[in-house]
Design a protein around this ligand. Structure first.
Ligand SMILES: *[C@@H]1O[C@H](CO)[C@@H](O)[C@H](O)[C@H]1NC(C)=O
Ligand SMILES: *[C@@H]1O[C@H](CO)[C@@H](O)[C@H](O)[C@H]1NC(C)=O
Ligand SMILES: *[C@@H]1O[C@H](CO)[C@@H](O)[C@H](O)[C@H]1NC(C)=O
Length: 389
């Protein structure tokens, strides 16, 4: 009797719960002494973060390159610029032997131990020290992008006080697949267009458009520009703001030299934003590694040049767009057997320090189920993302 009643009641109860969700009643005590009753119905099926695999999360949070980076920063702060075997440094050998190709804003080579170099050196130390201290994980860093990037750009464009996000953004990657479609006009119709690593647009306008609002680069690009007179680094025009992430701490010297000559803002990404991007890509790379190879997650490091592993510039440019735009369209990401690696060059090889496949997995989640993306604060709302192939 009791059992049969429970059976008939259960579906009814479930239905009721599904209809109303969970009713929360809150008593709100106001400062003036009045009491207000507040009802809140939270739907049962709110898209909460699913449970993610703890092992992968833990491994993704380990930065294998961290000790080496710390050492590199320490050496630089002490004035030791020797090349550390990775990439050639602009300071060729010994202490304070500065590459003559590094020029000041006025185009004169910087002299060793000149007062000018000494001033630069002091700012470099201060700036690098601040950056290094700030470089840690902070899940809510996406919410800072509007202030750190869009606000500065609006101010430069005379739109001070403009609130909110860009209505729509196009992130234009450099994949050769861009050449098979004429997306130029569609790209230019977005309120803000973000381009990558100074890829040439001249003679490709039909495919890639001609408008640029943010030029996103890695610091290797600026390092090359720093050798030119006046640090010319503007294929899209001198008024186009640049956003750059630093891939080698020594590049802060290039930044300081170039920042003083650039008219438009030259914004270095918040190191906490870099750490967030690194963790997300590593998570997807680990996940892909264990799923496709069946190997233990601990074997990921040797297989992916662990300490050199890095997200691609394109990935961070998309992350930036997620933080400053209401809608994001992505062009020129992905590959095809028939297409070149880059639309504007004959370089065919992909860099092995990136895991493009893992980044594509991340983009799929962005489009289809952003709630499963790890490490990003639940407060952050991902905008809709569309990828054009
Ligand atoms: C999480 O991933 C690791 C590594 O692939 C695997 O060994 C473990 O079984 C997974 N844990 C769960 C709860 O799925
Ligand atoms: C983007 O750039 C174009 C010209 O290149 C400019 O007309 C437009 O105002 C810029 N948009 C924003 C939001 O700054
Ligand atoms: C870079 O230049 C801008 C504009 O001139 C200036 O406000 C900013 O302080 C500079 N940054 C550094 C680190 O010198």
């Amino acid at each position: 009797m009791y059992n049969s009643m429970k059976r008939t009641l259960r579906p009814l109860y479930t239905l009721l719960l599904l209809l109303v969700g969970i009713l929360t009643i809150r008593l709100v005590l106001h400062q003036n002494g009045s009491i207000q009753l507040k009802y809140e119905i939270s739907p049962l099926q709110n898209p909460k973060k699913p449970v993610l695999n703890e092992t992968l999360l833990r491994f993704a949070a380990i930065d294998i390159g961290e000790p080496r980076l710390k050492q590199e920063i320490e050496d630089l702060l002490e004035g030791n610029f020797r090349t550390r075997g990775r990439q050639r440094s602009f300071l060729s050998s010994g202490k304070y032997h500065i590459d003559v190709r590094l020029r000041t804003a006025r185009g004169t080579p910087l002299q060793l131990r000149s007062p000018e170099f000494y001033r630069l050196w002091l700012s470099f130390r201060r700036y690098l020290g601040d950056w290094s201290r700030k470089r840690r994980f902070y899940s809510d860093t996406m919410s800072n992008l509007v202030n750190e990037v869009k606000f500065l750009i609006d101010e430069y464009n005379g739109k001070k006080g403009s609130k909110g996000l860009y209505k729509s953004c196009a992130v234009v990657g450099n994949s050769g697949i861009l050449l098979k479609s004429d997306y130029g006009k569609l790209i230019d119709r977005h309120e803000a267009v973000i381009r990558l690593n100074n890829a040439r647009i001249a003679s490709f306008e039909r495919n890639v458009g001609k408008k640029t609002n943010i030029s996103f680069v890695n610091s290797n690009i600026l390092h090359l520009c720093a050798r030119r007179e006046g640090c010319f680094c503007h294929p899209y025009g001198v008024n186009v703001p640049m956003v750059m992430y630093v891939c080698q701490p020594a590049h802060f010297l290039d930044y300081l030299v170039c920042n003083s000559s650039h008219k438009a803002p030259l914004i270095v990404t918040d190191p906490r934003f870099d750490v967030l991007c690194a963790r997300i890509v590593k998570y997807y790379s680990l996940k892909r590694f264990v799923e496709t190879t069946g190997k233990d997650v601990g074997e990921w490091g040797p297989a992916h040049e662990g300490a050199n592993f890095h997200y691609s510039s394109g990935m961070q440019a998309i992350m930036l767009a997620l933080g400053v735009c209401e809608k994001v369209s992505v062009f020129g990401f992905g590959k095809s057997k028939l297409a070149r690696h880059h639309y504007h060059s004959n370089q065919n090889a992909e860099l092995s320090l990136h895991d493009y496949e893992a980044e594509y997995d991340f983009y799929r989640d962005l489009m289809e189920r952003p709630q499963v993306i790890p490490f990003v604060s639940e407060k952050f709302r991902f905008p809709p993302v569309v990828m054009y192939h």
